[in-house]
Design a protein around this ligand. Structure first.
Ligand code: 5GP
Length: 215
């Protein structure tokens, strides 16, 4: 454990932009370095897709339960997206950061905006698909949505992409390896922020200062 608060990474992209894969790959690389990180599992009213598991991909809840969570202030952010509600648990994020773990939020742009307002030191990363053709292809080969839903997602994606300028970093997800490397570099830099380095830097400085006093 670092002794300081973990970073909060907001990773947003249009649906099908590949952000979940990129985050998972970066987290695996971080684990190898011994850097603990946490993927925030959202609550959603969306029905599970094939293969999705409760508590792993999402916490699947009904609308009354979601409303209750809004009313009791349990969400750091929440948004309605393509007819369903999605929200991030405030308690889970805060506990993980307090333990010094870096936290990743895989969320859409309305939620990202709320987090930026509430957590000013969060690091915002926007992942753009390289082209319309590539995004459509990815949504089709994923095979999880009906054609009409895909066209709807593309229309929404176009509106979401106009929000890229609100983020600190923009990654074009053309080649997966390069996108993973880019997010890894952002994580690396964030972990070197002065706030994060303070305990260690202070110890080094104090060792110099006490050596000078003793001399
Ligand atoms: P999907 O239904 O494809 O899993 O997700 C749809 C969109 O909702 C994606 O852009 C995903 O990142 C976003 N999303 C997932 N969880 C949350 C959340 O907790 N809050 C917000 N605002 N968006 C979320």
């Amino acid at each position: 454990m670092s002794g300081t608060t973990g970073e909060l990474f907001i990773v947003a992209s249009p649906s099908g932009g590949g952000k979940t894969t990129i985050i998972r790959r970066v987290m695996a690389a971080m684990a190898e370095l011994g850097w603990p990180s946490f993927f925030s599992i959202s609550h959603t009213t969306r029905a599970p897709r094939e293969g999705e598991r409760h508590g792993v991909d999402y916490y699947f809840v009904d609308r009354p339960a979601f409303r209750e969570m809004i009313e009791t202030g349990e969400f750091l952010e929440w948004a309605e997206y393509v007819g369903n509600f999605y929200g991030t648990s405030r308690a889970a994020v805060e506990a993980q950061r307090a333990a010094g773990h870096d936290v990743f939020l895989d969320i859409e742009v309305q939620g990202a905006r709320q987090v930026r307002e509430r957590v000013p030191d969060a690091v915002g990363v926007f992942i753009l698909p390289p082209s319309l053709e590539v995004l459509r292809e990815r949504l089709v080969t994923r095979g999880k949505d009906a054609p009409a839903t895909i066209e709807r997602r593309i229309r929404i994606a176009t509106m979401e992409m106009a929000e890229y300028h609100r983020f600190d970093y923009v990654i074009i997800n053309d080649r997966l390896d390069e996108a993973v490397q880019a997010l890894g570099a952002i994580v690396h830099a964030a972990r070197l922020r002065t706030r994060r380095r303070e305990p260690l830097a202070q110890r080094i400085l104090e060792s110099f200062q006490s050596a000078l006093v003793e001399a």
